[in-house]
Design a protein around this ligand. Structure first.
Ligand SMILES: [Zn+2]
Length: 170
């Protein structure tokens, strides 16, 4: 098991482009998924996408349970159905120290593969629905602050730089 450093907005190209679909489901992939889950817990995140650790592939891990014991991964995910629209507070490990509201579907259904290549479907609203949309966005190079107005986005990035600086001098 290993922790992998998270990369920050504009600090790594993988964050800002579409990830490659996964075609090989081998032990190396399963190890990567385990490491991503460990990293997500270490960073106190409810989700982590491969681009956030500098890997441009369509892999994300999620755990929205209170007990932090129900992790799962979505590989090559596609949103097949969605309904409603609501504003939700968003934060991101790749944009530390800042939060903002973004518009999301209220409910989504997703088709994806697991770490063994088996297809499955997952659906959810609330935090799970939000998290699914947030992580899938990552796999297409989109972060929540990309939805904000240019002015707001600039403000959030400034806040992030401040938070990073404070972290470095801790
Ligand atoms: Zn994120």
């Amino acid at each position: 098991m290993a922790l992998i450093p998270v990369v920050y907005y504009s600090y790594h190209p993988a964050l800002h482009k579409q990830g490659a679909p996964v075609t090989v489901f081998d032990d190396a992939l399963r190890q990567l998924v385990r490491d991503m889950i460990e990293t997500m817990y270490h960073e106190n995140g409810v989700g982590l996408a491969a681009p956030q650790i500098g890997i441009s592939k369509q892999i994300a891990v999620i755990d929205v349970s209170n007990e932090r014991d129900k992790p799962f991964c979505i590989i090559n995910p596609v949103i097949t159905e969605k309904t409603g629209l609501e504003m939700m507070e968003a934060g991101c490990l790749s944009v530390p120290g800042t939060y903002d509201s973004v518009s999301r579907a209220t409910w989504v259904k997703v088709r994806a593969q697991n770490e063994n290549g088996e297809f499955f479907e997952i659906e959810g609203d609330g935090l799970l629905g939000h998290c699914l949309q947030h992580e899938i966005d990552h796999l297409f190079g989109k972060l929540y602050i990309d939805y904000l107005s240019p002015l707001k986005k600039k403000m959030r990035l400034k806040q992030m730089e401040k938070a990073l600086k404070a972290q470095r001098f801790k």
